[in-house]
Write a protein that binds this ligand. Structure first.
Ligand SMILES: *Cc1c(COP(=O)(O)O)cnc(C)c1O
Length: 305
């Protein structure tokens, strides 16, 4: 079996949809001015599965699909609301893989809904402070973890290992021809890097930064995508104060968008994406004749408090 067969087999075992729908966005109904009269679609990766966050599955399916056998134990990293840890916790329970989540912050006396789910699925939670968490990508720290956890597979924060990028090839293959712009939110950069590598010539890939740190994000994506992948760009004006921060305008926008589009969004990722999309369309940032796809990456579980 090649990687995509393995990925398909895993998705079937987990009842995860193999394709996500592409849905036109009715700008007139939303009341967004559309001076350049462009077409906009939403790629609904939020509909891939009710529990597993869409873009986390795209990454994880490629990571696991590239292995010859499934691991018996997985270790990974994230915050208290992490969509990645949540997705992984669910997948590990369903595949009977032992799971250890190394969590940034001491949540043991007040588990978030995300962490409660992971614990209920049998995941082991290990809480570390900021200083330890900061070492999560350092070779010496990872080597020590590997010794401690034997033959466990250690997956980086966000699932953003280089092998995860291939998951975005499948996504791009699901799109019709003629798409001129593909937009996604950017945190660890792997989704954007994977899309940029997979996008056909003539399709511009634009990331909306959901956190502060222009140089940091540019560098992450450059490293992941490689120097030969020129067709991407990050917009840094829409983080609304930083990661998981929201301005009153963003909150208002999310409420209105939820109500009028019937597409659920949250303020951490998809809200910032659609806010940026709305502003760019209104400002005629896309030329007449453009066909724009906004990738809804999922992530609604993280918005529970
Ligand atoms: C993690 C996440 C992202 C960011 O993807 P990166 O590959 O880390 O840039 C976007 N949307 C949602 C819902 C996520 O959970």
């Amino acid at each position: 079996m090649d990687t995509s067969d393995l990925t398909a087999a895993l998705a079937a075992r987990l009842d995860i949809q193999h394709f996500s729908p592409l849905q036109p966005l009715d700008l007139q109904h939303l009341g967004w001015p559309n001076p350049a009269n462009i077409k906009v679609y939403v790629k609904r990766d939020d509909l891939l599965h009710p529990v597993v966050s869409g873009n986390k599955w795209r990454k994880l399916s490629a990571l696991l699909g590239a292995l010859s056998t499934l691991p018996t134990h997985i270790v990974s990293f994230g915050g208290g609301y992490s969509n990645h840890l949540h997705a992984l916790g669910y997948v590990c329970q369903r595949l009977r893989i032992r799971f250890t989540a190394i969590v940034r912050g001491h949540y043991q006396h007040h588990l978030t809904p995300t962490l409660q789910d992971i614990a209920a699925w049998g995941g082991e939670l290990e809480f570390v402070d900021k200083l330890v968490y900061r070492q999560r990508n350092e070779p010496a720290y990872l080597a020590a973890l590997q010794v401690r956890f034997g033959d466990a597979l250690i997956i980086p924060e966000g699932g953003s290992a280089p092998a995860a990028l291939a998951g975005m090839q499948q996504l791009v293959a699901e799109l019709p021809a003629g798409i001129t712009h593909l937009l996604c939110p950017v945190a660890s950069g792997a989704t954007l890097a994977g899309l940029a590598k997979a996008a056909p010539a003539g399709c511009q890939v634009q990331g909306i930064a959901v956190l502060k740190g222009r140089d940091y994000l540019q560098q992450l994506v450059t490293e992941l995508a490689g120097p030969q992948t020129p067709s991407w760009h990050i917009e840094h004006a829409y983080h609304h104060g930083g990661y998981a921060k929201a301005s009153p305008q963003l909150r208002q926008f999310c409420q209105t968008f939820n109500a009028h589009s019937q597409i659920p969004v949250e303020p951490v990722y998809s809200g910032k994406l659609f806010f940026a999309l709305c502003e760019k369309i209104t400002q005629s940032a896309f030329a007449a004749g453009s066909q724009v796809v906004a990738l809804h990456t999922g992530g609604l579980q993280g918005a529970r408090n």
